[in-house]
Design a protein around this ligand. Sequence first.
Ligand SMILES: Cc1ncc(COP(=O)(O)O)c(C=O)c1O
Length: 405
Amino acid sequence: MSIHIASIRSHFPILQQSVNGKPLVYLDNAATSQKPLSVIKAIEKYYSEYNSNIHRGAHRLAQLATDAYENSRAKIARHLNAETREINFVRGTTEAVNLVANTYGRKHVNLGDEIIVTEMEHHSNIVPWQMLCEEKGAKLKVVPVLDDGTLDIEAFEKLISERTKIVSVVYVSNSLGTINPVKHIIEKAHESGSVVFVDGAQALPHMRVNVRELDCDFLGFSGHKVFGPTGIGVLFGKQHLLEAMPPYMGGGEMIKTVSFSGTTFNDLPYKFEAGTPNIEAGIVLGEAIDYMNEIGLENIAAEEQKLLHYATEKLSEIEGLRIVGTAPEKSSVVSFLVGDIHPFDIGVLLNESGIAIRTGHHCCQPLMERFGIEGTCRASFAFYNTFEEVDILTEAVKKAAKILG
Ligand SMILES: Cc1ncc(COP(=O)(O)O)c(C=O)c1O
């Protein structure tokens, strides 16, 4: 099956609107993706028909909500090729990183140990590790990025040693689109006895991710980037690691028994799910995963690669335009600068034509520093975008360059 773009677009009500009198051209998918009707309707159905707190409820609505929540967890486990108990619902990728840093990290990282990240990480995959290093007297080591936006793998291989306790690496860069060789990184890290956290925030929307095949120890992703709701995400962790980790937050749900003489903690995955979770979003995330699988991840990847190549070709024709991030393996992100025009000024003019792009440092200030820039204009494509939209973007950037140049 290939993608039938008109019917795909009809699944996304938000795409039907005009902005500033022009049809909306939504190219900010790396920040958050739009939601299909099946997802929107599932939210409405939950609140109209079976809203209830989950687990332990004897009544019908509690059973319906619990079943839907746990079915969604099982679905996500199948999607990642993980065990159901290895799927922990969290708020998003940011919380997944913080959870691992504060539990596994606090337990295993000590004075003089090292944690490796890369220069292209999102702030959420830098700051929690920096905080941990500060607390423990450990060192944060950084794998450099080459001029085309690929990782310097030779440098990584030199950095990794028996002092490395955790390697935390982004699968797909949100600001450059680079797809990193995470399987190779994981193999090397395991050879030196380190565990690996994979930031899957920008991978899950675009490709199949099989945690067993990768052999990653932890992986986090966000629901709102995979056509699902905000406020929900997933931390996958290998069962034996999760079992040996201390809990993250204390409260209801994560316990087996509580008394003032001591508390026993719940089994996986509830041990890491203190308090009433985002029930509706947990349920609906499963709906979003179903939607992606119905379209077909291979179809999604193929369509987006065509858009990426077309956009790269068209934008490159603009005088003075420079693409930041030209790695051979890329997802559908085009970061660019035009001459010395400030990216924000271009963003404002594009908005006048109904085009939504993101401008700025994309929560990757160290990466921007590495390229000696403050930020970029970023157009990020999803499978519901069209070649026509690439043409509209190109013409609008040309026009903006003329006005601002
Ligand atoms: C690569 C990457 N990692 C982490 C995050 C953080 O995700 P969230 O804000 O959903 O927790 C993002 C969000 O843009 C991202 O692109």
